[in-house]
Design a protein. Structure first.
Length: 283
């Protein structure tokens, strides 16, 4: 059974956006288009409607997605029942853009250096998406800032306490009291950092244009734009050695808790707990 191919189909059907799916997979958008066509040929009916707003999943597509999710769930249970080595070693963890950039390499190095036999697959998505997918058992666990929505079937173990900064290029320092329209640069529109600064700007009646920039280094380039600010994790700023920036001490809570989330019913799964212990050891 090619479970990876099934997981890819679920990703395409869930997201309904080939360009975004391409960002978090190892496929080009044209390759994913071919896979959608092949999927529709296999079942003999379209799984998407092509609309002016983009792709929209059909009723058949929803039924097919539910069927694929049932297959993956039952396959996982089967591997666990027979004590499969693959089931015992494989962990699918979701990570936000910030946490993967800060901790991803360190986690892999810790696993390799300590000869820990875990096959860890990272999926990079927003905190909200990871939270939902762990709840729906589409991911084994997640490492991200603590989400606002809390599911009672999940553990949210605090792994680290971090801060974020609001910055601009030091050649054009912003006077927020003037309430001029701003360009707000962020790594992810759905992250806690973005939500905190957006709420502060709106509370202070400061208009802004939100731009999502997927590259940390590119954010520094975009800060050359007049009246632009960015919000980034403090560790990211230190990691990339940002220079020529001005940091603002705004009256908002810039403390964020990074959590390791996983199903409460899976406390006894050694692979998930082992990965959690590895992450705690490096943080």
């Amino acid at each position: 059974m090619n479970i990876e191919e099934i997981v890819l189909k679920i990703e395409l059907l869930n997201r309904q956006n080939l360009s975004k799916s391409a960002e978090i997979t190892n496929y080009t958008q044209s390759a994913l288009t071919s896979k959608v066509k092949k999927m529709e040929k296999e079942i003999g009916q379209p799984v998407f409607k092509r609309t002016t707003q983009g792709l929209k999943i059909t009723n058949v597509g929803i039924q097919y997605k539910n069927y694929l999710e049932l297959i993956t769930h039952e396959y996982k249970e089967f591997l666990q029942t027979i004590g499969s080595e693959q089931a015992n070693m494989k962990v699918n963890i979701g990570a936000s853009h910030t946490t993967i950039k800060i901790y991803g390499a360190s986690i892999v190095n810790a696993l390799n250096n300590n000869n820990i036999p875990l096959d860890v697959d990272f999926t990079v998505e927003s905190s909200n998406s990871i939270n939902e997918k762990v709840h729906n058992a589409e991911m084994d666990c997640g490492l991200t800032s603590k989400p606002i929505k809390i599911y009672h079937d999940l553990n949210y173990d605090i792994i680290a306490t971090e801060t974020f900064e609001v910055i601009s290029n030091d050649s054009h320092i912003i006077n927020f009291n003037e309430r001029i329209p701003l360009t707000l640069l962020v790594l992810s529109k759905g992250c806690m950092y973005t939500r905190a600064i957006v709420e502060w700007l709106e509370d202070n009646q400061i208009s802004y244009n939100l731009k999502e920039i997927k590259s940390v280094s590119s954010i520094l380039d975009f800060l050359q734009i007049d009246n632009s600010i960015a919000v980034l994790n403090t560790k990211l700023i230190e990691l990339y050695n940002f220079t020529n920036i001005n940091t603002y001490n705004l009256p908002l809570n810039n403390v964020i808790h990074t959590v390791f989330m996983y199903k409460k019913s899976e406390n006894t799964q050694k692979n998930i707990i082992q990965l959690k212990n590895v992450i705690q050891s490096i943080l």
